[in-house]
Design a protein around this ligand. Structure first.
Ligand code: MN
Length: 135
């Protein structure tokens, strides 16, 4: 799809740099928030097309940040993909219950990362075309 605005919520600079590289290579624009709280603030002011959410974050963890984004009319339409080293089955379930629209584990499988981002953007852009929630 390309050309989407993606908010990366990630406190680890190496993970951030890798994700930014992959997204920009695919033609997307990125923004960076380093805590759950900053992620929420930027989602409200910058209205990204997609949010990549680390789960272990300072100030407010990614599960809580996602719950807040999904319960706010201003931000609930924005798809959230969790990106996390929490790979126990319970962690995935908890991320989806918090409202995440997708889930990726670290260390990353790059093909799966690209596929998940594009599929999520496409799914939510279809909603928009058919009169669904505004992104
Ligand atoms: Mn983290």
């Amino acid at each position: 799809m390309g050309n989407a605005r993606v908010l990366i919520v990630e406190d680890n600079i190496d993970n951030y740099e890798l994700v930014r590289f992959l997204l920009e290579r695919a033609g997307h624009t990125t923004m960076w928030a380093r805590s759950g709280k900053e992620g929420i603030d930027m989602a409200k002011t910058d209205h990204p097309d997609l949010i990549l959410m680390d789960l272990s974050l300072p100030e407010m963890d990614g599960w809580t940040a996602t719950e807040r984004l999904k319960s706010d009319p201003l931000t609930k339409q924005i798809p959230v993909v969790a990106l996390t080293a929490h790979t126990l089955p319970g962690d995935r379930k908890r991320a989806l219950e918090a409202g995440c629209d997708g889930y990726l584990s670290k260390p990353m499988n790059i093909a799966l990362f690209n596929e998940t981002i594009e599929e999520t953007l496409e799914k939510f852009s279809k909603n928009r075309k058919t009169g669904g929630p505004r992104l």
